[in-house]
Design a protein around this ligand. Structure first.
Ligand code: PGA
Length: 260
């Protein structure tokens, strides 16, 4: 772990996976691993983002463990009402879900989550008291054109108008996920990741007096083999893990790397 005082977060993003039987097996295995070697709250925060349908079931299976559940998305509409297929931040809170991913690149690219939509979602999530893991990241083209930093900092500035000081303090976690590293097996080198995290940190410090205490997670092909090196970087305060989080052992090893 780095010298930072921020307690790291390791969050598994299960995306549109796995089956019900496989997720039950996962929770069983992960609970056994935690029993053998517990992870203390002051070492590392843990969370899993299953499909919405499974949120309550996984939460129930993981009750009594330190693993939190996260929803992968939230509606841009508030409260209750005629919005077929949607789940509002208020309903998530009502059902005891406290964490939400907003701005994942797959939703930005495939599902129409434009900056304005993200602001609407974020505003409602914060208002409902949820903690938001807000994802940012550049494409390969943007990186090759040398605009990665501008793109990522712009994505952070995009939300500044809807995030109040008290939200920055308690309800925001940032996840930097270079799009070219997601699901590709290509990880940003620890140096490249740290260098972007440093810039994000500087950006956050300009936006809020709580900038020094906001966790900035790295995501994009994080696996047990590269977790230690990433965890050793000063401004990398955890990981958002896709593929490798589907295996309880691998996910646990990544957690261990950040909890040390
Ligand atoms: P990956 O996904 O670990 O499979 O690259 C990360 C993510 O999309 O959150």
């Amino acid at each position: 772990m780095s010298g930072s005082t921020i307690v790291p977060w390791v969050v598994g993003n299960w995306k549109m996976n796995p089956t019900r039987a496989a997720s039950e097996q996962w929770t069983k295995e992960f609970k056994q691993l935690l029993q053998q070697t517990p992870i203390l709250a002051e070492q590392c925060h843990l969370a899993i983002a299953p499909i919405s349908l499974a949120l309550s079931e996984i939460k129930h299976q993981l009750s009594g463990t330190p693993v939190n559940v996260v929803t992968q998305d939230v509606s841009r509409f508030a409260g209750t009402g005629a919005f077929t297929g949607e789940i509002s931040a208020d309903l998530l809170a009502d059902y005891g879900i406290q964490y939400v991913l907003i701005g994942h690149s797959e939703r930005r690219e495939l599902l129409g989550d434009e900056p304005q939509v993200l602001r609407e979602k974020l505003k409602l999530a914060l208002k409902a008291g949820l903690t938001v893991i807000y994802c940012v990241g550049e494409s390969l083209e943007q990186r090759e054109q040398g605009t990665a930093e501008v793109v990522v900092l712009q994505q952070i500035c995009d939300i500044a108008s809807v995030v109040a000081p008290e939200h920055w303090e308690k309800q925001i976690i940032v996840a930097y996920e270079p799009i070219w590293a997601i699901g590709t097996g290509k990880t940003a080198s620890a140096q490249d990741a740290q260098s972007m995290h440093e810039k994000i940190r500087a950006g956050l410090l300009q936006l809020t007096s709580f900038g020094a205490q906001i966790a900035i997670l790295y995501g994009g092909s994080v696996k047990p083999e590269n977790a230690k090196e990433l965890a050793a970087c000063a401004d990398i305060n955890g990981a958002l893990v896709g593929g490798a989080s589907l295996n309880a052992q691998s996910f646990y090893q990544i957690v261990e790397a950040f909890a040390q």
